[in-house]
Ligand binder design. Structure first.
Ligand SMILES: *Cc1c(COP(=O)(O)O)cnc(C)c1O
Length: 419
């Protein structure tokens, strides 16, 4: 089931009051749910010494949420300067931060090395001479190419712009060592929103094979392998959840076997985003218009600036109409925002109960890659974010954008060049 029953039970009764107090639209996140999932992940992999989750900051880059990740002992997976700043703002330092950028600029490398640095994860062999201050600890992102078939969002590894090719991997570590690296890690990210846990087990198999290869070829004992993110969540009511426990058991057994055969084993890192926060957020919006033309439309007060996934990936997000959760689904609606793009639809021909102006709609599973992806196209501004805290109180953790924010980038000194 999308969105846990526990979250529903906690948040649905509050929504009329929250809508009245804060105004819609807003995303609301569930601290209890995020913590429970975080703890579940840590417990599942407790059998691998040194296991650590590096939360993929891009999934939910809210400072309050990142502080929560820090409290849970997670590190941060960043891929831009603002994400590095955010991780450092909440106390992330040095090896708490993994910098997995691609098509990286000199400014980014310089910034990454400041303030105690971070774990640099290089996306290509050509970056080795370009890193200004080559660190002692270095990681490479691996792209298996035709050895693996990707899944829908990430696509086929052969077509993916990310990572070092198989044939270049040993050479990459050799060159990194020549530049002074003494400690090494290996990273890959070959799945996105994958609910078939065996796919992720196969990724662990692949990484441990490469670990053995690097020891054999170069005598390098990797300190860690980072299995990436991409753990899937059920968005549709008929989706089965990822079997985390089976996945963890099988991966732990792989590491145990490796340790028996080699007398040592790398640590395992993970950089899950969606799995940790995705189901623990929802977008709350009010129906403000209805329209009956060739189809029936419900216009809501949020638009794709608050949630891009349906437009970008044709993604399904389950919708409840507050107070009508169990009502007969008598209608087929397109649920739309007001942006001048016809893909600004949260749902297309969705069977829903009859909706009236003023009804509150809850769009499920917006806790990851939701607010974060929003944009300002068409002058449609991004909504606020709320946190339902452990004690049942609700906190505004980001205000809505204002018209002033929209114009803020005109604040600059005049700069005219006459070439
Ligand atoms: C986006 C991303 C993640 C997180 O992906 P999820 O699907 O949210 O788990 C992890 N690592 C990298 C490199 C990414 O780009």
């Amino acid at each position: 089931m999308p969105m846990s029953e526990a979250f529903k039970k906690r948040v649905f009764p509050l929504l009329p009051q929250l809508a009245a107090h804060y105004g819609t639209p807003f995303h609301i996140y569930d601290e209890a749910g995020i913590r429970a999932t975080g703890e579940r992940l840590q417990k599942a992999f407790a059998g691998i010494p040194g296991f650590r989750e590096y939360f993929a900051v891009k999934a939910l880059p809210n400072r309050r949420i990142q502080a929560l990740m820090r409290q849970m002992g997670f590190g941060f997976d960043c891929s831009s300067i603002p994400e590095l700043v955010l991780a450092r703002q909440v106390g992330g330092q040095g090896e708490d931060i993994m910098f997995t950028s691609n098509n990286t600029s000199p400014e980014e490398y310089a910034f990454a090395s400041q303030d105690g640095g971070c774990i640099l994860n290089l996306d290509d062999i050509s970056f080795i001479p370009k890193v200004p201050k080559f660190p002692e600890l270095i990681c490479f992102r691996y792209n298996p190419g035709p050895r693996r078939t990707g899944n829908v969002i990430i696509g086929n590894p052969v077509e993916a712009k990310y990572g070092v090719a198989h044939e270049q991997l040993v050479e990459a570590y050799r060159r990194a060592r020549e530049r002074g690296a003494k400690r090494f890690g290996l990273h890959t990210m070959v799945a996105s929103n994958e609910r078939d846990y065996t796919y992720i087990v196969q990724t662990a198999v692949m990484l441990l094979e490469l670990t053995a290869l690097l020891e054999k070829e170069l005598g390098i004992k990797l300190e860690f392998v980072n299995i990436g993110g991409g753990l899937g969540i059920p968005y549709r009511p008929d989706h089965l959840p990822l079997d985390l426990d089976s996945m963890a058991q099988e991966i732990t057994a792989l590491f145990d076997t490796f340790r028996k055969e080699h007398g040592w084993a790398p640590k395992m890192l993970m950089e899950s985003g969606r799995f940790i926060t995705g189901p623990h957020g929802c977008l709350v919006t009010t129906a403000i218009n209805s329209k009956d033309t060739y189809r029936k439309y419900i216009g809501v007060d949020a638009c794709m600036s608050a949630l891009m996934r349906p437009a970008l990936y044709d993604a399904y997000h389950h919708i409840d109409v507050l107070g009508k959760e169990h009502a007969h689904k008598s209608e087929f609606y397109d649920v739309v925002g007001s942006l001048c793009e016809n893909n600004d639809k949260f749902a297309v021909q969705r069977d829903l109960p009859a909706i009236n102006d003023g009804d509150i709609l809850v769009i499920h599973d917006t806790g990851a890659h939701g607010h974060a992806m929003g944009f300002q196209y068409n002058g449609r501004l991004r909504p606020k974010e709320l946190l339902l805290r452990l004690d049942g109180s609700v906190e505004l953790i980001r205000r809505a954008e204002t018209v002033e924010d929209y114009f803020i980038t005109y604040n600059f000194a005049p700069d005219v060049l006459k070439p």
